[in-house]
Design a binder for this molecule. Sequence first.
Ligand code: ZN
Length: 78
Amino acid sequence: MEDDKVTEISMKGAPPCGRCHMLVARYAPQVVASTGTYHRECYEAWYFGRHGRRPTLLSGTNGDRHRYQVREAREKAA
Ligand SMILES: [Zn+2]
């Protein structure tokens, strides 16, 4: 039994990806959704698998260009 993998608290300030559960580095391309933080590639792969198209991502401003937000309002239109 190995349950010492509590990644959520092992790296301060870095949230785990909601899909692959690896930590999302501060400056890595990432998607901030209402359900959590994801690597951008993980989110796109998940979204494409679920909706059959790429998500609409809005890049952040200035120093936060690597942080994308999701246009989630369109999700229910499909
Ligand atoms: Zn990931």
